[in-house]
Each structure stands twice: as structure tokens, then as C-alpha cells.
Ligand binder design. Structure first.
Ligand SMILES: [Zn+2]
Length: 305
């Protein structure tokens, strides 16, 4: 068995929702949230089904690493291959589950290397009915940042969903190798609200009456590379990071994000914001390698939004 699967089936026709976590083995909020969702009873579903995968990437999870024993990043390996390495086989098996679903949620966090502002994202796909449901699922999920990004990124679970025409969202909540209790609760509540939105737990709700009041920050940025976190604001040198900013701070382009001091004690090098916007991702540790992102700044988009 590549991973554990738990299906709650109402026994009545309706939407099939797939929720997975642990695509990266060092991200814990989603894993715990999915385990709690496994206690939802069949009688609590009005129609349809919910399929839960608490730990998609077991070999990575057991090693507490982002990637599995073959070194491949599962979130760059979709649609995978049935006779490939362990990560390729997991990607393929998940792709089959995604294809059978009517809606899909993939729960992440920043892993050991990063801390992320709580956010929910989706791809800006061409299919309007899919995009519309993704927007409503993201809104219902109930995190402060809603981020639509280019649909041109490949290898992700959401790329597989895009290719299968399945509405899909993903979520991020802090990270740094820890498990935020607030993040677990937010993920459980978010998934339950998407179940309500889809009508799985009763008459379909609208996001307006199914979600907490939030000061929501919506960005839809279709430009190439939007949503690819690991390439932004790289440190020019290896060294120790000292941050001038915190998550959710608003910066102007050129503001200093952090200073990186080389291990030989030489002068610190400033890393400046490549764009104006809100800090949504910071490196979690005190050490950074050359060329590795120290921060992601989310630019408002469209520009006049
Ligand atoms: Zn992840």
C-alpha cells in the first residue's frame, strides 16, 4: 500500500470530495487535520462521499523530510508513473484518485525550511465553471489570503487536477517543522465548510453564510511563475539571516527584508524586496544557503486591486 485511504460514504449520490495531506513529509497541520476529519461519521453526510489521505508521501513523512527516499519532490512529480520510483508511483496513484473526484483539497504548510502566512490558493484555469467553483471553495475555506496563480505550473497535484478538469484548492499554514494547533483547527473548519458548500453535509451553502468574517486579501495573478514560492528574493550568499520584517508586513519594492551575514564574520549582505506587497513567506531557520529564497512578497494583482 502506497498510502492510507479512508472514505466516508453517505451511500447516496453526490459530490466526491478528495482531501489529502502530507505531500511533503515535513508538513504537519494537514496530516493532523485529515486524521480528525476521519472521525466524521457516515450519518453526518447528506450525500456524496469524502475520501481522505492523511499522509500522501509516507517515505518522506517517516524521514520527516520534504522529499521521499528517491529524492523526488512529490509536488513536482505529477502525474507520476505506475512503474516508476516510489514518488512517481505515489503521484500516479494520487492522480487516479484525483481523476475520480469532483473536488479536491491539498493541505500543505511551509515545511522545515519556510513559514507561510495562512493562505488558500488555486490555479487560474481556462474552464470558467471549474475556476468559479475553485474561487467559491477558496472563499469558503476561510483563510485570510486567497491567491489565484498561473495555471502553467506543472508537476503539482493541482496540475493533475487541472488536466483532469477537477476543481482544486490548496492551503498553507505556517510551518517551520512545527504543527500549529490553530492551523489544524483552521484546516478542519475549512474542509468542513467546503463540504457544506458542495452540499455533502446538507443543503449547499454559500460562502457568505458558511464562513467566519475575515478581512480577506484576494490576489489573482496569472503571470508566469506566480505561485512558485522557491524562486523569490534569493540570498546572494550563504550565511545567518537576521530579518527586518515579519509575516504579513507590507513592504515597498527595495525595502530590506533581511541581512545575511557570512559564516566568516564578514559584512552582512542585505536582501531587498523584489516587489511591493505583503510578506507571505519567510525562511524558518537562522541559516540560509546561497540562491535560496529568504522571503516571498505577495504583490497586489491586478495592480489596481
Ligand atoms: Zn508542501
Amino acid at each position: 500500500m502506497l498510502f492510507e485511504t479512508h472514505t466516508i460514504n453517505s451511500g447516496r449520490p453526490g459530490p466526491a470530495l478528495l482531501i489529502i495531506a502530507g505531500v511533503h513529509g515535513d508538513e504537519y497541520e494537514g496530516v493532523e487535520a485529515v486524521r480528525r476529519l476521519m472521525t466524521v461519521a457516515e450519518e453526518d453526510l447528506a450525500c456524496g462521499s469524502v475520501t481522505l489521505v492523511p499522509v500522501a508521501n509516507l517515505s518522506a513523512f517517516e524521514a520527516a523530510n520534504r522529499t521521499g527516499e528517491d529524492g523526488l519532490d512529490l509536488a513536482r512529480t505529477f502525474p507520476g508513473a505506475p512503474d516508476g520510483s516510489i514518488t512517481q508511483r505515489v503521484a500516479h496513484a494520487l492522480f487516479l484518485l484525483i481523476k475520480q473526484s469532483d473536488a479536491f483539497i491539498d493541505l500543505h504548510s511551509g515545511g522545515k525550511l519556510f513559514r507561510l502566512s495562512p493562505l488558500v490558493g488555486y490555479m487560474l484555469v481556462d474552464d470558467h465553471s471549474v475556476l468559479d467553483l475553485q474561487r467559491r471553495m477558496a472563499q469558503a475555506f476561510g483563510l485570510p489570503i486567497v491567491w489565484g496563480t498561473t495555471a502553467a505550473l506543472d508537476g503539482r497535484s493541482l496540475s493533475a487536477a487541472r488536466d483532469a478538469g477537477v476543481p482544486a484548492i490548496y492551503a498553507e499554514y505556517l510551518g517551520g517543522g512545527a504543527c500549529s494547533a490553530d492551523g489544524v483547527a483552521a484546516y478542519v473548519d475549512g474542509c468542513l465548510r467546503v463540504m457544506a458548500l458542495l452540499g455533502i453535509t446538507g443543503p449547499p451553502t454559500t460562502p457568505d453564510n458558511s464562513q467566519p468574517t475575515l478581512d480577506r486579501h484576494v490576489v489573482e495573478d496569472p503571470r508566469a511563475g506566480s505561485g512558485h514560492l522557491q524562486v523569490r528574493n534569493p540570498s546572494p550568499i550563504a550565511g545567518t539571516i537576521e530579518y527586518d520584517v515579519a509575516l504579513d508586513d507590507w513592504l515597498s519594492a527595495g525595502d530590506i527584508i533581511a541581512r545575511v551575514r557570512p559564516s566568516d564574520g564578514g559584512d552582512a549582505v542585505a536582501v531587498r524586496a523584489d516587489t511591493s506587497g505583503r510578506v507571505i513567506c519567510l525562511a524558518a531557520g537562522s541559516h540560509v544557503e546561497a540562491g535560496v529564497s529568504v522571503a516571498v512578497v505577495l504583490e497586489p494583482y491586478p495592480p489596481d486591486s
